[in-house]
Ligand binder design. Structure first.
Ligand code: PEP
Ligand code: MN
Length: 341
């Protein structure tokens, strides 16, 4: 017994030593790829080079394929590559090429807040900045957003960081007043069945086919959801994006989730409509712990994009902090999605 314990301790020490060497080498490798990316950026050369990626994997398979399995080599190389790009924070995420990823705080709180969030998100390649200015709060006695000032701040932060704005409107007059500062109009869950608002928003946005994100009413059926989209489309705007954001079911009696994520609907809507389908993991779950997993599930099921509440300090966010992920978590989520596609 004494002898086997000794053998185990000795082997463990050797493993620790090998790990330390491995990590030293990894750091060396990351430094080299950092340098390579910097040189390429300075020279204006695209940092994404699929041929080179293929070459790296082939060389490794040739040299180590007899000792390590090919799947491991391919996966490990991809991980190295994703991590190297992430470290550089320059349009690093390949998921962003195919999917519409919208991120930002539930509500615009101040110039400093939205500016800081926009700056980080744009650096990691996110194009769409969300931020509520007119908030449809369940209780009228809570913070309702900064209104027109919120739209101004969102627009300013987006322009400064080369992003596009996404914000919800509760009435058409405010939309008309702020029209040029908004790139994508959002209709919230609570207004999905406000046919008057839908018609007006459809009519206003039909002039330039501005995209409208229509969020599913939390108690509505898919048929009702699609009819609501028709209200917008019948006014002449075909550019409607359907957003699943969780529905209220009996699960809320004892579930930790604020809503039941309606993931299955992604498959069905993809089959029945030609419209873009995006998923909001924040309102669907109401809990930041579940955001990344449900977001990955949505993309795996074929969603065309995500709408994710993000803030540098969720704990002190003025609205929906519990379901909001940090900026670093957003970056990690994108990196993990890169590995899924
Ligand atoms: C939101 O996206 O800010 C929002 C209020 O969502 P929902 O309308 O889905 O509740
Ligand atoms: Mn919110």
């Amino acid at each position: 017994m004494k002898e086997i314990n000794h053998i185990i301790t000795e082997l463990r020490q050797k493993i620790d030593f090998a790990d330390a060497e491995l990590f030293d080498l990894l750091i060396k490798r990351f430094d080299l790829s950092d340098e390579l990316i910097s040189q390429k950026l300075q020279a204006g050369i695209d940092t994404f080079d699929p041929e080179r990626e293929y070459e790296i994997v082939s060389i490794l398979k040739q040299d180590f394929g007899h000792k390590l399995n090919d799947g491991f080599i391919a996966k490990f190389s991809k991980l190295l590559l994703t991590e190297a790009k992430k470290r550089k924070d320059v349009n690093s995420h390949s998921i962003l090429k195919d999917k519409m990823i919208i991120a930002g705080p539930c509500v615009v709180e101040s110039e400093e807040q939205i500016g800081r969030i926009a700056s980080f998100l744009s650096k990691i390649g996110i194009k769409y900045l969300r931020g509520g200015a007119f908030k449809p709060r369940t209780s009228p006695n809570t913070f309702m957003g900064l209104g027109d000032e919120g739209i101004d701040l969102l627009h300013k932060a987006a322009v400064q960081n080369g992003m596009l704005t996404v914000s919800e409107f509760l009435d058409h007059t405010k939309l008309e007043q702020n029209y040029d500062k908004i790139d994508i109009v959002q209709i919230g869950s609570r207004n999905m069945s406000s046919s008057g608002l839908l018609k007006q928003v459809g009519k206003i946005t039909a002039m330039d086919n501005k995209p409208v994100i229509l969020k599913r009413g939390f108690s509505s059926t898919l048929t009702e959801f699609l009819f609501a989209a028709d209200y917008l489309r019948n006014e002449g705007n075909e550019n409607v994006i359907l957003c699943l954001r969780g529905i209220r079911t009996f699960e809320q009696i004892d579930s930790n989730m604020r809503n039941t994520p309606d993931l299955g609907a992604i498959i069905e809507l993809k089959e029945t409509t030609g419209l873009k389908i995006i998923f909001d993991p924040s309102h669907s779950t109401g809990n930041s712990r579940f955001v990344a997993d449900t977001a990955r599930a949505a993309i795996a099921l074929g969603a065309d994009g995500l709408l994710v509440e993000t803030h540098f300090d969720p704990q002190n966010a003025l609205i929906d902090g519990k379901q909001t992920i940090t900026l670093e978590q957003m970056n990690d989520l994108l990196a993990s999605l890169d590995l899924c596609i």
